[in-house]
Design a protein around this ligand. Structure first.
Ligand code: HSE
Length: 434
C-alpha cells in the first residue's frame, strides 16, 4: 500500500516528541499499518536553526505553514502550535486543502472544536485530537469508542500535572504554595506565568472537551465554574489528613436532577479513594457509567513522549482511513451531533464543606461563626484546631454537613465581614465518591 505523508507544524515539546517517535518507532508503525508514515514537511519559526535529527534529509523545512499545508504530497497536517491564533488559520487552511488534521490543541478544540468538526466532515476529511487532553492517557479513544455503549453519569479527573505536582509536593514536604511553585519554575516544570495551570484554566479546557465526549453537549469553557489552588496551605493538608482526606484540583462533571454540573476546583477527597493516589505530574480520569460502572485511567498528562504517542497514534488512525477508507467515521466528540449545554450553576450542588479560618484569636469566635451557620440551617460536623503559637494568626477548621454551595457562599460572605478574620474563609467541598 502507498505510504501516507505527514506535515508537522510546531517543533516544540510535542512536535519534537512526535518526530522522535515517528523516526525511532517507524518499523513497528509500518508493521502495524502495512505502509509507512513519512514526514514530508516540517514547519517552525526557527526551523533553519534546528538540527532535527529525526526529520528525513529530503523533507521540506519551512518557516511558512501555508507552504506546508499546500505541499502536494502532504496528506495529513499535525497542528502542534497551540493557542487560538495561527492554529485556527492553519486548521481552516488544511480543511480548505482537503487535508486531515491531527491536533494537540486543547484551547482551540474546547472553544471551537465542534464547529471545526462540522466543517471537516463536510470537506470529507478527519480531525483527531487525542493529544489535547491528558497527553499520555488515551481517554478520547475510551470515551469515543471503548465505552461508547455506556451512558456516562459522572466523571472526575486530575487533568493538570503542574498543579497536581505542586499540591502533592506541598503535601509531602509541608512547604508553602509559593515555595513549591518557585522551585517548579526554576526546574522548568511550571511556566514563568503559571496562571493557566494553577488557576485552573488549562484543566477547564480539558474538562470542557472530555464532557462534550462523555455527555454529548457543546460546552463553552467559561460556563464551567473554576477556582485555582493558590489559597491552599500546607496546614490545609494537615487538617485534611486529620479528616482522612487529601486535597486535589478536581475536574468534576456529574449528571444531577438539575442537569449536568461542571466544576474545576480544589476539593477534599477521601485518602482511600483511587484519585488520592495520583501524585506528582500524573493525570487520571475516573468515569462512572450507568451500566459498566467505574473505570479508571491513569498516566502522564504531558511531556514530549507521552503526548507524542497520542499524536502518532492519531496519525496512524487517520492514515489508515486515508488508505483503507472508512465512510462511517466516528466523530472526535463521540457524538454525531452535540446538543446545546444549558449551564447548571454549581451553587445548586449539595456537599459537606471544609471551612478553614485564619483569625486574630479572642473569645467567642466559634460562637459567632456557628451562629451564622445556624441562621442558614447549616449543621456543624466537626471543629478542628491543631496546636499553633501564633494567636494573632490562628488557623482552625470547621466542617459542616451537606448543604448547598449557595448557602455556603452566603455564609462565608457574611463571615468575611467579621473583624477577627485575617482573610475570607476558605471553603472547599468534600467530594463524595463518584
Ligand atoms: N500544563 C499542562 C499541565 C500540560 O501541567 O498538565 C499541558 O496541557
Amino acid at each position: 500500500m502507498k505510504d501516507v505523508h505527514v506535515g508537522v507544524v510546531g517543533l516544540g515539546n510535542v512536535g519534537s516528541g512526535t518526530l522522535a517517535i515517528l523516526h525511532k518507532n517507524c518499523e513497528q508503525i509500518g508493521q502495524k499499518l502495512g505502509f509507512q508514515l513519512r514526514v514530508t514537511a516540517v514547519c517552525s519559526r526557527s526551523v533553519h536553526g534546528l538540527s532535527l535529527p529525526d526529520v528525513p534529509a529530503d523533507a521540506l523545512r519551512t518557516t511558512d505553514w501555508r507552504e506546508l499545508v499546500a505541499h502536494p504530497r502532504v496528506d495529513v497536517v499535525a497542528e502542534l502550535v497551540g493557542g487560538t491564533g495561527v492554529a485556527r488559520e492553519l486548521i481552516e487552511s488544511a480543511i480548505g486543502h482537503g487535508k486531515s488534521i491531527v491536533t494537540a490543541n486543547k484551547e482551540l478544540m474546547a472553544l471551537e472544536g465542534a464547529d471545526i468538526w462540522d466543517r471537516a466532515i463536510k470537506a470529507g476529511i478527519n480531525l483527531a485530537m487525542e493529544a489535547s487532553v491528558a497527553g499520555g492517557i488515551p481517554i478520547h479513544a475510551v470515551l469515543r469508542e471503548g465505552i461508547s455503549g455506556d451512558r456516562i453519569v459522572a466523571l472526575a479527573g486530575i487533568l493538570n500535572g503542574t498543579s497536581n505536582y505542586i499540591l502533592t509536593e506541598m503535601e509531602s514536604r509541608g512547604d508553602s504554595f509559593d515555595a513549591v511553585l518557585a522551585e517548579a519554575q526554576a526546574l522548568g516544570y511550571a511556566e514563568a506565568d503559571p496562571s493557566a495551570d494553577v488557576d485552573g484554566f488549562d484543566a477547564r479546557s480539558k474538562l470542557a472537551i472530555l464532557s462534550a465526549l462523555a455527555f454529548g453537549e457543546r460546552i463553552t469553557p467559561s460556563d464551567i465554574f473554576v477556582e485555582g489552588i493558590r489559597r491552599i496551605t500546607a496546614q490545609d493538608f494537615d487538617y485534611a489528613h486529620q479528616l482522612g482526606h487529601t486535597i486535589r484540583l478536581v475536574c468534576s462533571a456529574r449528571q444531577t436532577e438539575q442537569g449536568l454540573i461542571l466544576s474545576v476546583r480544589p476539593a477534599l477527597i477521601p485518602q482511600s479513594t483511587i484519585l488520592a493516589g495520583v501524585k506528582g505530574a500524573y493525570n487520571a480520569v475516573w468515569v462512572k457509567g450507568q451500566f459498566g460502572a467505574d473505570t479508571f485511567y491513569y498516566g502522564r498528562g504531558a511531556g514530549p513522549n507521552p503526548t507524542g504517542v497520542a499524536v502518532v497514534s492519531d496519525l496512524m488512525r487517520v492514515a489508515r482511513e486515508i488508505r483503507c477508507g472508512s465512510p462511517e467515521r466516528v466523530s472526535p466528540f463521540a457524538h454525531e451531533r452535540l446538543g446545546e449545554y444549558r449551564p447548571v450553576s454549581v451553587t445548586l450542588q449539595h456537599r459537606p464543606y471544609y471551612l478553614r479560618f485564619r483569625v486574630d484569636d479572642r473569645p467567642g469566635i466559634i460562637a459567632e461563626l456557628a451562629g451564622i451557620l445556624a441562621s442558614r440551617h447549616i449543621g456543624l460536623e466537626a471543629v478542628l484546631q491543631l496546636p499553633c503559637d501564633t494567636k494573632h494568626d490562628l488557623p482552625f477548621v470547621i466542617t459542616v454537613e451537606s448543604t448547598t454551595e449557595q448557602a455556603i457562599r452566603e455564609a462565608t460572605a457574611e463571615m468575611s465581614q467579621l473583624s477577627f478574620l485575617r482573610e475570607p474563609p476558605l471553603a472547599l467541598p468534600m467530594e463524595p465518591p463518584l
